[in-house]
Ligand binder design. Structure first.
Ligand code: AMP
Length: 127
């Protein structure tokens, strides 16, 4: 079952209030908080409150309201951090790791927002 959701994953525990987080923004369907091991001066994780494993699960199975809310929240965070190019910011990168090849550590869909410094090329060649 590719989309078996594990209720014991760490982001499910954050959503249930069982472990703390540094919340950046919260809406009806979406929670955003600071990554515990930031890779850049700005490193925010955006997660849906629903039980979705990864991007394709979310895109296929979430409601339109959840999908719109998720993306508008992520964009509002970029604007709030002052990193959105459309607002004169220096730019950012969004990353969503999925599955084994994508090296997804936490099996609850999340978008990384990274910014605040030049981020370099997207991927280094492994070969
Ligand atoms: P990924 O490899 O895309 O699944 O990324 C998971 C991210 O979750 C990593 O960047 C971790 O630093 C972050 N993370 C893990 N546990 C926590 C936590 N309790 N609070 C905030 N971020 C976390």
């Amino acid at each position: 079952m590719p989309y078996a959701y594990d209720d014991q994953n760490i982001f499910a525990k954050i959503l249930r209030g069982e472990i703390p987080n540094k919340t950046v923004m919260e809406t009806e369907h979406t929670l955003a908080f600071e990554d515990i091991r930031p890779q850049a001066p700005n490193h925010v994780l955006v997660i849906p409150k629903g039980r979705y494993v990864c991007f394709d699960d979310f895109a296929a199975n979430a409601s339109d309201a959840e999908i719109v809310d998720f993306h508008r929240t992520a964009a509002a965070i970029c604007a709030g951090l002052g990193i959105a190019p459309g607002d004169g910011g220096g730019g950012y990168r969004t990353i969503s790791n999925a599955g084994e090849a994508g090296v997804q550590e936490v099996p609850h869909y999340h978008l990384h927002i990274l910014g605040g410094r030049p981020l370099g090329r997207m991927l280094a060649r492994a070969d």
